[in-house]
Design a protein around this ligand. Structure first.
Ligand code: G3P
Ligand code: CA
Length: 384
């Protein structure tokens, strides 16, 4: 067992459950054996989803409220907490491998800035129309990326996570799938993948387009149909349309503010606000199975930063009328992320009433949610 696999094993055991609860299948003496066995199982291979739970609990960047984001440990903990799907954001390496990072700039979530051998890789470039200085995934081979170690993105808010700085690698998509297939065995349930293509136009311009490699890796692992436990998401439009021609896997259109970057490049004038109208949602339903709006599309906070059920919009009803699932992002339990009326005291790190926020969105009819602390959503779902 490699050191990082051992770390994950021990971390999950110490955080959540006894080792017996995450033991390998009978007759297997290590994780590699479990993974090999899992790959041979018909259900894991063909990815037949169970009837999807409601709300679908999507572990945002793994259980990133507890462990540095986009590490195998964060994904493993999310699964053991009961998440239905884990969410890897994906970027490309110089040599065409898919790895899990929220940004192609690596300085915020890895130790690259402390690594003298990579000092000369720092540079400034435009990313999605914004000038950014740092170290970029497309300048590193996979072998180089694997020498980096993950660090906590927001150590002031999550000092407990920062104590795990340096413990874990940057995982590849294949390693994440191997983990999922292994943990499907111990959990005796299907665990879904919810990958996001990050900066698709940027990577396409570099000759490192994400879409075909992503479909290839998923297909190699048995994920290829609308029944596979996979959703692929993007903030851009054209790459989702490309994906809809490459695969039958379900697609999700993400919503932010302003314009999708690819639409800026095309000069189409299409905005997220237009896409959120009934006509816009109907157009999305021609290439996607769902939408992933920022929460304010569903319940905007009032002028005092409070959340109030009286402010629910027609977004969910309009999306459902177009036949789309609705999976808003991102639920986070710390006061600093919560509406004013759901905070607990004034310490930004302290936990507020995230369960109440989730409940309001459930009452608004959502089908799933992205959350940094999947255990909270599991408890809310059980109580609902
Ligand atoms: O993908 C849903 C949500 O994760 C989008 O936001 O920036 O956390 O990837 P982001
Ligand atoms: Ca994401």
């Amino acid at each position: 067992m490699s050191n990082h696999r051992l770390n994950i094993w021990l971390l999950c055991a110490s955080l959540l459950c006894p080792l017996s609860a995450i033991a390998a299948p009978p007759g297997s003496d290590n994780v590699q054996a479990a993974i090999q066995w899992a790959k041979q199982q018909p259900q894991a291979r063909h990815g037949k989803p169970r009837g999807e739970a409601k709300p679908l609990i999507i572990a945002h960047r793994g259980a990133s409220g507890y462990v540095p984001e986009h590490t195998l440990a964060a994904y493993a903990l999310a699964i053991l907490q009961g998440a239905d799907y884990i969410e890897p954001d994906l970027v490309m390496s110089k040599d065409g491998h898919l790895v899990a990072r929220h940004d192609n700039e690596l300085g915020l979530t890895t130790d690259v800035a402390q690594r003298p051998e990579f000092a000369n890789r720092q540079r400034t470039q435009m990313i999605d129309g914004v000038s950014l200085t740092g170290w970029f995934s497309e300048d590193f081979t996979l072998a180089e990326l694997k020498t980096l170690r993950a660090i906590e993105r927001i150590p002031q808010t999550r000092p407990g996570n920062a104590r795990l700085d340096g413990a874990f690698e940057v995982p590849t998509l294949q390693e994440i799938i191997d983990l999922v297939k292994s943990l499907q065995l111990s959990q005796q349930r299907t665990i879904g993948l919810y990958p996001e293509t990050k900066h698709p136009s940027h990577f396409q311009q570099l000759g490192l387009a994400i879409e075909k490699p992503l479909v290839k890796v998923l297909k190699r692992n048995g994920y290829h149909s609308a029944r596979s436990p996979v959703y692929i998401q993007s903030f851009e439009v054209e790459n989702l349309k490309t994906l809809s021609r490459l695969t039958s896997i379900r697609l999700v259109q993400l919503f932010s503010a302003g314009q999708p970057y690819d639409q800026q490049l095309l000069g189409s004038g299409l905005t997220y606000a237009q896409m959120a109208t009934p006509a816009g949602l109907k157009a999305i339903s021609r290439y996607a199975a769902g939408v992933g709006p920022e929460k304010s599309y569903i319940i905007p906070r009032d002028g005092n930063g409070n959340l109030d059920a009286a402010n629910v919009t027609s977004f969910v009803a309009d999306a459902h009328a177009a036949g789309l699932k609705v999976h808003p992002y991102t639920f986070r339990a710390e006061n600093s992320f919560l509406p004013s009326n759901l905070r607990n005291g004034t310490d930004p790190q302290a936990r507020g009433n995230s369960a109440a926020e989730i409940q309001l969105f459930l009452d608004a009819g959502i089908d799933g949610l992205f959350i940094d602390q999947p255990d909270i959503a599991v408890r809310v779902r059980q109580a609902d």
